[in-house]
Design a protein around this ligand. Sequence first.
Ligand code: FES
Ligand code: FES
Length: 133
Amino acid sequence: MMYSEKVMEHFTNPRNVGEIEDADGVGEVGNAKCGDIMKMYLKIENNIIVDVKFKTFGCGSAIASSSMATELIKGKSIEEVLKITNKAVAEALDGLPPVKMHCSVLAEEAIKSALKDYSEKSGVEIEELKDFE
Ligand code: FES
Ligand code: FES
């Protein structure tokens, strides 16, 4: 079996799918490698991710990665979230096939992009994202 049970489970039953209308930060990223698109919505209160939703137009691994990423960041502080790498997302899924690792990169980037948007809208500086485009 190429995909772990966790990948299959998050793909079949993704968590936190949807939009947040009054999101504090929205990030959208595309994967140059495959053309898949991921959109991430964050609700942030007192530096904590209190809610997160996503929409992914992409492959099963991208959907599983976004689903797992939302679970990993919910309830965490911005500082903690910034430490969550695509590798951590893939590990939480019990691994991804090597050719699918870029799908987890999409999740990490979507979160960073949403945090950057939050930073720009709220004026809260996030040092780590200064150079993130
Ligand atoms: Fe077709 Fe990602 S490029 S599923
Ligand atoms: Fe491109 Fe999965 S194949 S994000």
